[in-house]
Design a protein around this ligand. Structure first.
Ligand SMILES: Nc1nc2c(c(=O)[nH]1)N[C@H]1C(S)=C(S)[C@@H](COP(=O)(O)OP(=O)(O)OC[C@H]3O[C@@H](n4cnc5c(=O)[nH]c(N)nc54)[C@H](O)[C@@H]3O)O[C@H]1N2
Ligand SMILES: Nc1nc2c(c(=O)[nH]1)N[C@H]1C(S)=C(S)[C@@H](COP(=O)(O)OP(=O)(O)OC[C@H]3O[C@@H](n4cnc5c(=O)[nH]c(N)nc54)[C@H](O)[C@@H]3O)O[C@H]1N2
Ligand SMILES: [Mo]
Length: 673
């Protein structure tokens, strides 16, 4: 007998989609979107339409494994949980006794986005006193740049875009990463409102917009400045609004003279006439909205670029008008729950050694006494594939003296290098809370299936390891259900004012819609928008260069439609649609190098040379090379992926990845006979 149970997508997308799973308690037979979900209304992406194929994939790891071959060879032998836990904690106790706990480095990122499973390893490693990881692999430059201007003020929730009368989709692949916003864009166009795309790689989104503006990567701040130049020059800025609600308008205004549209053209490649027209369209709209993705912020100047785009969003007084302002940062009224109930910073006796996730390559190969990492614990992340400076990371992972433990569902790029692999559950085999980061919804989902084989959730694995370490805190004896109760009884501002009916929904497993923010209630120290922010090292905003490099083409990494970061590569059906690792080039750049669509090409810089298949399209900005998706080494030419071409440099604000801020040269691959 089968029945239907509600659950929630665990992956790193803004939406946390509601799912309906058909199951008999042992297997999941099919998955559909949940039409009762207050925001996703049953619409789910093609990747999740066959979640059962992932959950029951024959490639899953079902028992703990220990390495028997050479590092990276992928040869393992099954062991029991008891042996695994004893081996791991035995080694760790020895290292802690010899060198102290900060030779142990936990690495977790966004494999599972639910609150307890994603964050619980923090508590364990805080208790241990291990290294701390700055988890800034994704969009922390965008977050910090936005916050520098708007503080904790919630931005527009995508559902509010229905009231916008002009939408600038600025560096966001809505079709791949935010499908629930696609119907809103379509409706806006049907209603005669303009949707304009500002992109460096417009392949996916151009067909869904009225106009596409191609821009050189890393120069978005210059376009925002040029638009503000025109607005001030032509008396189109809302000076009354800016004087009343913002700090530093007068000071900033006097710096704008230098950023005329001709200058913008030189820096960005956007024709001067286009900047003029964009500024005038922006001013003519009553409630224009900028829908901002993270791509433009993944540069050395990404924090500043985001500040400038955020300031632009306020320049005509649109904030506070229904549908006016900025969308794509944190919407709503702040955190849903008090996450420190999970992460337990109070368990840490002294500050740990901080390591930025974008720089783990350097950390894993450091040889200076006092800096050597002796063990890593990877859980919900795939750094050998997803993090910049891949060559260095692989060099570190090959170290015979590095004890590597990986908690995983599949034999990923990283897991291949493990000494011990622990088998991980899928979301439907565990219970948790989910707060959407791009929409105002919050939900709970309870276990539907018993874990396959000997798989354990992140929570249950941490409990096992804590017991073997001899940690006696009551925290490590709780169940997932106890933890959900703990979080729900300590709501943050985002979950305040939840009705009794909604509380009941959460108790039973389901999703509620939470209130949108008041966009005129500026949550900054001064209560005003901070055009000039004296708290920053760089208080007055202006154009700053990104890192750049010697090579001629700007390399960006863009999301792939059929996979999510390195996830879903167990799915042959999706890989077939995705095709081989390709690098997209503008026809002018391709012609200059004698490259045609489908050719085998090599991209090279000071870090590495990586092979791709060329894709030639006018929808990539001239001077740009765009690499969609993440590919396992087995799926690429030379065993390296695009991340081997990324430096580990971090952004101006938010210490974020600058993966879109690298240069390469590209040439036809020389075939050896
Ligand atoms: N299908 C699918 N969905 C996903 C993901 C995925 O890999 N696949 N990843 C998930 C994750 S973890 C995240 S963080 C989100 C990311 O979601 P987004 O923020 O939408 O994605 P980004 O990777 O930031 O890239 C957005 C766009 O920025 C463009 N871009 C890059 N550099 C620049 C630039 O300098 N200027 C301008 N104007 N544009 C630029 C790229 O061409 C890309 O189209 O999506 C999530 N959803
Ligand atoms: N070139 C390039 N690099 C990128 C990106 C890109 O688009 N292009 N995207 C960047 C972005 S935005 C992000 S957020 C990062 C993501 O970086 P990561 O989080 O390191 O990468 P993922 O590929 O999402 O890998 C997550 C892993 O977690 C595992 N996992 C899933 N659920 C669970 C679970 O419940 N428990 C355990 N133990 N494991 C689980 C999955 O099997 C998967 O192997 O990558 C960044 N790197
Ligand atoms: Mo991300």
């Amino acid at each position: 007998m089968t029945y239907i149970r509600k659950t929630i997508c665990p992956y790193d997308c803004p939406a946390s989609c509601g799912l309906l799973a058909e199951t008999d308690g042992e297997r999941m037979f099919q998955v559909k979107g949940d039409p009762e979900h207050p925001m996703t209304h049953g619409l789910i992406c093609s990747k999740m339409q066959h979640y059962e194929k992932s959950v029951h994939s024959p490639k899953r790891i079902l028992t703990p494994l220990k390495r028997v071959g050479k590092k990276g060879a992928g040869e393992f032998e099954a062991i029991s949980w008891e042996e695994a836990a004893d081996t791991i904690t035995g080694r760790w106790k020895e290292m802690i006794a010899q060198d102290g706990p900060d030779v142990i480095l936990p690495i977790f990122y966004s494999g599972v986005m639910s609150m307890i499973q994603r964050k619980c390893a923090d508590a364990f490693f805080n208790r241990m006193g291990a290294c701390e990881v700055e988890q800034t692999l994704c969009s922390s430059a965008k977050g910090a740049g936005y916050e520098a201007v708007m503080g904790k003020t919630g931005c527009l929730e995508p559902r509010e875009l229905k009231d916008s009368d002009l939408i600038l989709v600025w560096g966001s692949n809505v079709r791949a990463t935010r499908i629930h916003t696609m119907p809103l864009l379509a409706q806006a166009r049907k209603d005669g409102k303009k949707v304009i795309l500002i992109e460096s790689c417009a392949l996916d989104m151009a067909p869904y917009c009225d106009e596409t503006v191609l821009i050189r990567p890393g120069t978005d701040g210059a376009l925002a400045l040029g638009m503000m130049h025109v607005l001030v020059r032509d008396g189109l800025a809302d000076e009354r609004f800016l004087t009343e609600f913002a700090d530093g308008y007068d000071c900033f205004k006097h710096t704008l003279g230098q950023y005329d549209p001709q200058w913008v053209q030189t820096v960005t490649g956007v024709p001067a006439a286009v900047t003029e027209r964009l500024a005038k369209l922006f001013a003519a709209a009553d409630a224009p909205a900028i829908l901002l993705g993270s791509g433009p912020s993944r540069h050395g100047n990404g924090g500043m670029g985001t500040r400038l785009i955020t300031i632009l969003s306020a320049f005509t007084g649109a904030w506070g008008k229904p549908g006016g302002g900025l969308c794509g940062c944190n919407p709503g009224n702040g955190n849903y729950v008090d996450i420190t109930r999970v992460t337990r910073p109070d368990f840490r006796r002294r500050p740990g050694r901080m390591i930025n996730i974008n720089q783990i390559g350097a950390a894993l190969t450091a040889q200076t006494p006092g800096e050597v990492i002796r063990s890593i614990y990877v859980c919900g992340g795939n750094p050998a594939s997803s993090v910049s400076d891949q060559t260095e990371i692989l060099r570190g992972l090959k170290r015979e003296d590095l004890f590597t433990v990986v908690h995983e569902r599949f034999l990923t790029e990283t897991a291949r290098y493990a000494d011990i692999i622990l088998p991980a559950t899928f979301s439907v085999e565990q219970s948790d809370c989910y707060g959407a980061y791009g929409y105002c919804t919050f939900g709970t989902a309870y276990k539907i299936l018993e874990p396959a084989g000997a798989c354990r959730s992140n929570w249950n694995t941490i409990r096992t390891l804590a017991q073997a370490m001899g940690y006696e805190e009551a925290y490590f004896r709780r169940t997932e259900e106890d933890m959900i109760e703990e979080l729900l009884s300590h709501p943050g501002p985002g979950l305040a004012r939840v009705s009794e009916v909604d509380r009941e929904v959460l108790r039973n497993g389901g999703v509620i819609s939470t209130p949108f923010a008041d966009h005129r209630d500026f949550q900054t120290a001064s209560g005003r928008i901070r055009i000039v922010n004296e708290e920053l090292a760089d208080p007055v905003p202006g154009y700053r260069e990104n890192y750049g490099g010697e090579e001629p083409l700007r390399l960006i990494s863009v999301p792939a439609f059929h996979t999510l970061n390195s996830i879903f590569q167990e799915r042959e059906d999706l890989l077939e649609h995705r095709g081989p690792a390709c690098l997209l080039l503008n026809p002018a750049d391709a012609a200059e190098r004698g490259i045609r669509d489908g050719d085998r090409i090599t991209a090279e810089n000071d870090l590495a040379a990586v092979e791709f298949i060329a894709g030639v399209t006018e929808l990539v900005a001239p001077g740009t090379a765009a690499a969609p998706g993440l590919y396992d080494a087995g799926l690429t030419g030379g065993g390296l992926s695009v991340n081997a071409l990324h430096h580990g440099r971090i952004s101006d604000l938010g210490k974020a990845t600058t993966m879109n801020d690298n240069r390469v040269d590209v040439y036809l691959t020389k075939l050896s006979k």
